[in-house]
Ligand binder design. Structure first.
Ligand SMILES: [Fe+2]
Length: 278
């Protein structure tokens, strides 16, 4: 059975050369999970899995997360309202984010494969938030230990619609959560929790909050922590949502870009452990 790995960058990304029967057998599932934890993004080039195969492969890796949508077990990602009733809010995917910051237990991983690709744009970028934390200067690690950040879907929604009505804004604010800036995981590793849902650092003023959050996001998204995937039909990419931010590179809403997504249920709460102030 074929199973070969090739690292893509020093800090992030591994390409796995395999075939569908090998992957569906589950024989390498624990190795894939370990690679996912260590490399954050795994690329399976030009496999050509069907929806059913993608679902079956996802189930070999953990607990399958049923999508909260009318599309059954596959979630369609598109900016075309004819494809999904979420097209409007999916424009938020152009900004760096972590999925599920309104949940206590964010999803573990997402798996994407294209069904139609745009003529221009539409790559997906990922940054390794474990490596970004590890490489922070020690003064910054001391500065941010113990800090919490308020995350709210109202922030990213406001990026898309600054004129949203008050009722909608209040609803989104009810989903806000204070999350640790540094996530101490059960395996002892630490990652940064950042992205377009960050509202403010708890207890800090607006200017110093934004200054720190912008500076840390700029740090975490430096090229050495980033892998950018240029999609080919048949590709399948999985990323560790607990150790990465991701975003889509701009593409036009009418470009036809259509991705099919499956997900793995989270296994670890944001608040499992608290990093004590230095
Ligand atoms: Fe996302």
């Amino acid at each position: 059975m074929a199973f070969h790995t090739v690292d893509l960058g020093a800090h992030i990304g591994t390409k796995i050369l395999s075939d569908i029967p090998t992957l569906l057998s589950g024989k390498h599932a624990s190795e894939i999970r370990q690679l996912l934890a260590n490399r954050v993004v795994l690329v399976f080039p030009q496999l050509g899995m069907t929806d059913d195969e993608q679902i079956a492969f996802t189930k070999t890796l953990g607990t399958f997360k049923t999508e909260d949508s009318s599309n059954g077990e596959i979630f369609k990602i598109s900016l075309d309202p004819k494809e999904t009733d979420r097209a409007d809010s999916l424009r938020a995917s152009f900004y760096w984010h972590i999925d599920g910051t309104s949940s206590d237990v964010p999803l573990l991983a997402s798996i994407l494969s294209p069904r139609c690709l745009p003529a221009e744009g539409g790559d997906t970028q990922f940054c390794n938030t474990y490596a970004a934390y590890e490489e922070l200067p020690k003064e910054d690690k001391a500065l941010i230990a113990g800090l919490r950040v308020n995350h709210s879907p109202a922030v990213s929604a406001r990026l898309l619609n600054p004129d949203m009505d008050y009722e909608h804004y209040r609803f989104l604010r009810t989903l806000a959560k204070d999350l640790p800036l540094v996530w101490l995981h059960r395996d002892g590793r630490k990652s940064l929790i950042l992205g377009s849902t960050t509202e403010y650092v708890v207890g800090w003023g607006p200017e110093e909050s934004r200054d720190l959050l912008v500076r840390l996001q700029d740090w975490a998204t430096q090229p050495r922590f980033v892998y950018q995937h240029k999609w080919s039909m048949g590709d399948l990419v999985i990323w560790d949502n607990t150790g990465a931010m991701h975003r889509a590179v701009h593409y036009e809403a009418d470009s036809g870009r259509l991705m099919h997504r499956t997900q793995l249920e989270g296994e670890e709460a944001f608040l499992n452990h608290i990093v004590e102030p230095a």
